[in-house]
Design a protein around this ligand. Sequence first.
Ligand code: ADP
Ligand code: MG
Length: 843
Amino acid sequence: MNLDYPITYIKGISVQRATLLYTELDIKNCNDLLNFFPFRYIDKTQFYQIKELQPNSSEVQIVGKITHIKSVAQKKGSRLVATFQDASGSMELVWFKGQKWIKDALKINTPYVVYGKLNHYNGSFSIPHPEMELVSEYKKKLQSKMQPVYPSTEKLSNSGVSNKLMRGYIQNLLQQVYDSIEESLSQEIIDDFKLIRKREALLNVHFPKSQEALAKAQFRLKFEELFFIQLQLVRKKLINKTKIKGFVFDNVGEHFNHFYKNQLPFELTNAQKRVLKEIRKDVGSGAQMNRLLQGDVGSGKTIVALLSMLLAIDNGYQAAIMAPTEILANQHYVAVSELLKGMNISVDILTGSVKTKKRREIHTNLEDGSLHILVGTHALLEDKVQFKNLGIAIIDEQHRFGVKQRAKLWQKGGPPQSSQREEAQIIRKKYMTARPSVYKLMKELQKSKKQQSTEAEQILWEQLRAKKLEHKFRRQHVIDEFIVDFVCLSKKLIIEVDGKYHFSNDQKEADELRTKILNELGFKVTRFTNEEVIGNIEKVVNKIFQELKSLPLGEVGGASPPHILVMTATPIPRTLAMSVYGDLDISVIDELPPGRKEVKTVHRFDSNRLSVFKFLKDEIAKGRQVYIVYPLIQESEAMDYKDLMDGYESISREFPSPKYQISIVHGKMKPADKDFEMQRFVKGETQIMVATTVIEVGVNVPNASVMIIESAERFGLSQLHQLRGRVGRGSDQSYCILLTSFKLSDDAKTRLKTMVDTADGFKIAEVDLKLRGPGNIMGTQQSGVLNLKIADVVKDSKVLVSARNTAISLLQEDPNLSKKENLPIRNTFSKMSKSSKIWGNIS
Ligand code: ADP
Ligand code: MG
């Protein structure tokens, strides 16, 4: 049986059940079911002694005797408590239901095997409603080993799909397919990491013989899962580096130097210099840059972005910077325009609220190249926005954007990027309009040439058409004023097959000229003689294959994708970055500009509100400004909105006008109003900004020195960290006050403590990752990278690192996975890519 077969092929699974399993658990075919792993196991292989029990042991099996049974009265009714002893100690067994019946059945001082979930309370252990069996009976039966427990849903259990049933299905499946489960890794990797075989791993992850066998199975499957993800990411990175041609910014020219010498308002930090060096290396390498720039809030990413854009401009390209919100885009626009003042560089801004007329003007200026830098929101991604030659695209605060948007920016490189077909048409049209009559003649000629192709041409065409080379060829194609025998447009490779008359001197000269012109158009021309093709077609095809391999992709129409710099203020733990951004290079600004004071952070309860207000008044009296932020988790939630409005009212009472002026900003306001209020605060006309998290990202008001976060327990760690980053931007001592109610969950306490204890974004990110799991960090959900079935990027970070290193060295040795010993890997990999189990293009 094939693993691609639907699960209805498995004994006992009806169409109805199959539908249910699909809608509830996304299990479609046998392979899905095979890779549907238990989330825990009932382990009846081990016996515990009572003194070995740990508060965190979950289910335990113990042999002992009941010494005493009593009924204990409680608030409602009573419970039955048995004292249970073994040689090492004693504990309690407890029943709430069926007490009478159980009491009669239990035997005192007789050896029992008990099994159940362990409770720990006030230093003593108990098992409520244990499974019990007399040792004499237990010994008679052949005990089942470790039993898998599968994740389930309410709907499934209501429809009678019990764990036992699932177990049965998987058992049947394994019996049916065991022999056809193929190995997916090479022998070398299996040996290197002492892995067990794939089929053995699958069998043992579902039906482990022992804890040890389970551990081996899990390790093998985790390694495999992470390995194939890394293989995909590393391969993509290699392809980007070797195959995707990037614009070369080798000229550090007038603008960059002028700015650096005359307009740079401060000296760059060492971290900024280092990152800039990394970027310069990338953009000078000839490959497309795909770099992630991580730097905490306030670490100075903007200036790095600006200098990178100047590099592009110095080399005759345009630059774009995209921000997630209008406010932020505006701030970038203002900052960039300010910094470039007096320089001959045009900057403009495009957001959703830009009017049609202005929009058209921007489109025109972009297309004719007179606009150098375009700042904007995702309005930049609209199809109408076409650059003349976009050289670099910078994305600020990446996690706000989806992966798809990143991909879209890619396509804005160079002149409007066209498909091969459009490209061919453009070339043809250009020629047609220049010399229409000649064109017509050429078309006729082309037709007749196709009909009268030589034997050699036919042989080669058959080979090329079979697409073994993975690239599409056309034959007798018109390019400029020539008809070429074969052409691969995506690689701009022309193949000519020459008959005898080409050997005459006249013809040689003509051929040379023709080649020269085609070269100027960016084509490479390779010639074979009829004899070569007919005599040894393999050799010819092989040579073409080598040529194709050596040529970069993406040259059609001269359009390379722009260099991409993604900037994020959310530090991402290394292992997570490896899995989510494994196809990007990573730079880190790990140093704040000099003179920054750490933001003093405290946690206060609501009851301290009055003293907090007093403190605010003192700060305002010193000329400072303050933020008061309310959680608006869902901007549409009426409750949250009410909190904000109530808060605003009480603050207005506490800080009366005209002495105090208050701005308010929230997501329900029109952009223009929002902007107006923001601007008042930025200009210092208001001292207090009451806001929701719309101010979270990027806003820069150096005079603001206090950040009050209301209901701080409701914010996530990264959000708290971002919000705190709004203050401490000037030279004054800044403060962050986290206000909460008394009722706090353990997680909330950890978050608050972390904020008070550290300002290190990476440490905060690590805690966040531990608390929330990787699926909730940044935009990871969209990336699909973390739909891991068995591995865990946090807990299995060591496995992740070895999997990545293995993928890297494998691809170094065998980039196309064409070696025989790597065939299992190649097969699995291509199957995965096809079923898109591996996510598509990230960048
Ligand atoms: P972020 O990384 O959060 O985007 P910004 O680029 O907005 O940070 O920089 C924060 C502030 O620090 C800005 O006011 C900027 O002018 C200032 N700044 C950046 N780099 C330096 C530096 N090397 N020395 C002094 N101030 C700097
Ligand atoms: Mg910023």
